[in-house]
Structures are given as C-alpha cells and as structure tokens.
Design a binder for this molecule. Sequence first.
Ligand code: AKG
Ligand code: FE2
Length: 355
Amino acid sequence: MGLLVDEAFIQAEEQRSKLSISDAGNIPVIDLSPLVAADGIEHSREALSGLVAKVGDACKEWGFFQVVNHGVPAELHDRVHAAAREFFALPLEEKRRVRRSKESPAGYHDKEHTKNVRDWKEVFDFVVNEPVRIPTTAEPGEERIDSFWNQWPANPPDLRDVCQRYAKEMEKLAFKMLELISLSLGLHAKRLIEFFRENSSFLRLNYYPPCPNPDLALGVGPHKDPGPLTILSQDDVGGLDVRRKRDGEWVRVKPIPNAYVINLGDMTQVWSNDAYESVEHRVSVNCTRGRLSIPFFLTPEHHVNLRPLEELLSEGNPARYEEYNWGRFMKERNSSNFKKLQEDNIQISSFRKVV
Ligand SMILES: O=C(O)CCC(=O)C(=O)O
Ligand SMILES: [Fe+2]
C-alpha cells in the first residue's frame, strides 16, 4: 500500500499492526451475576469466593478480561453509543466548538499522540464529578490548583444527559471491580475504594475513522493506562489489541455484545507491588469501518499518593516503588499532549526502586 496518511501518523516499523493478527480466544470472560444478585459483596462472601478466585486468576495471567451480567442497563449503553456516533458525524467545525485547550482539558480533540506518534482517532472527553482539580504545574511544592469543567455540545441534544447517567453506572461498576480485586489480593473488600470516595474519573468517546493505511498507522499506539483499572465498551468492529503476558504476542480482543473489557492499569501494579501487572495495549484501525469505543478511566483526586500497600509487603517482598503523587504525575504526563516532546511521557518505571 502506498503512503496515503500524513507522516505524523506513521508508526516505527516494529510497532505496526500485522494484518494477520489472531483473536485472543481464551481471554477470560467473567460472569458477574453472583455480585449483582448479592446486592453488595459484604453480605455473601461465601457465594462470591468463586468469582473472586476467577478475577484473581485473570488479573495474574492476563491483566485483561471481559465481564458479562454486570448490571449496567443495556438500553443506556446503546443510547450512549448512538449519541456518540451522532456527535462524531457532525461537521468538524461544530465539534471544534467544544474543543479542549490547556485551560479546559475536557472536550473534543483529534490530535493526541501516544509515544510521540499521532493517533488515528477523534475523541470527546468528559469527567464524572465536576469540577476536577489539578495542580497548576508539576513542580514539587506547587500549591496552586486549577479547576476545570465539562464542555457539552449543543448536538446531539441528549448527549449530556445520557453521558452523565452512563458515567454514574460506570463508577458503580468500577467500585464493584475494585472490591473484587481487593478481595483477590487478600485485602479488605473496601480497601481500594478508599482512594476514590471523591474521584477525578473521566470517560472518553473514541471514534476511529476508516484509515487508508492501517498497515502504517494505529488508532492508539501501544501504552498502559495509568489508573487502577479501565472499563471499556466497544462496538462490533474490533481493533483493541493486547500484548499477551505469556509470550508477548499481540492478540485482538474479540467484541462480545453487552460485555465490558476490563484492563488493569499502573496503579494496581504499584499497589500490588507487581503481583498484578498493567498490560500494554493498542488500537489497530482498518480501511472500511469506523470504530467506536468508550473507556471509563477510574482515577483518584490529585492529592492522593500511591505506593505499594503495606499489608502486601514483607521482608522477602520489599516495596518496589517510591511513593508518587497522582496530581503531579498526571500534570506531567498530560503536558506532553500539548507540545510534542522528544522523549516519551512519564511512566511508573520512573518510581521503580533500584534493588
Ligand atoms: O479503543 C480502545 O479499544 C482502547 C482505547 C484505549 O486504550 C485508551 O483510550 O486508553
Ligand atoms: Fe488504554
């Protein structure tokens, strides 16, 4: 295939997607119905122990799994997808009325870079709880805090309401997943939820238009998510690829109707002192069908500090990470989206202790 896309989108040869990628056939699919039926995990721990074990195994072996019977109303899910499609179909000029800026980082944008290569996608971001507060700079000792709010487009008119209701459902599901992950690590069910009573979580509507050079560009370059976990809804097109832990191969996550894809992020890796690992993933594109995906990123407030959890450490298993501050970490990471840096943005590996 000849070169049809702008140079900014071209991935280095070793990062490109092979057209013959295989389906991740055995990525775990976990049925959450015991949890939904039990009305809270505290009350029926026995009945849920099988579920906890499954989540633990999936976290260790894959760091990626899908959940079904999760309790999120299908009708609401379908309405968010429909509204998102309508939004992305608007003329660029109209979408750009709610474009994001340094001062107002929620909204529409189409120029994100992952590892300094431009992603083949359009995005609309919104936060779950307003306003979100973030330090003005990433300097140590910075005391100034900026607040920002969502920007909602006039069209489609129901986008705001549908998105806000859906966001609350995602928050609820994320808390359930945190309980299961806590229990699977041998922690108290509420141990990890503590960090998110107030939170800065956000949702992203991703649209990946058909791409004339799916052999050269990616929808999102290879990366790991920085929070504890991400809950993703995808349509039936497919394109999410995971680097399988077992052999380092890229495999495609098969779309399952009404399922959510859950992936662990860096924060879970740090808390668990590497017992669970954040998994690398990327998005491949294709030349015929536009793809829609809607990830929910659970994230804490800016003042939260992260480090391996004391209860999981021992003499034989000392902390592998230095403590870091979430607000400063995110400020530093996000600044690379606005100016194209030569180096890659900050990663948790910067906090890894030399032992
Ligand atoms: O679109 C997808 O399937 C994944 C998107 C993703 O990984 C991200 O936005 O962090
Ligand atoms: Fe991601």
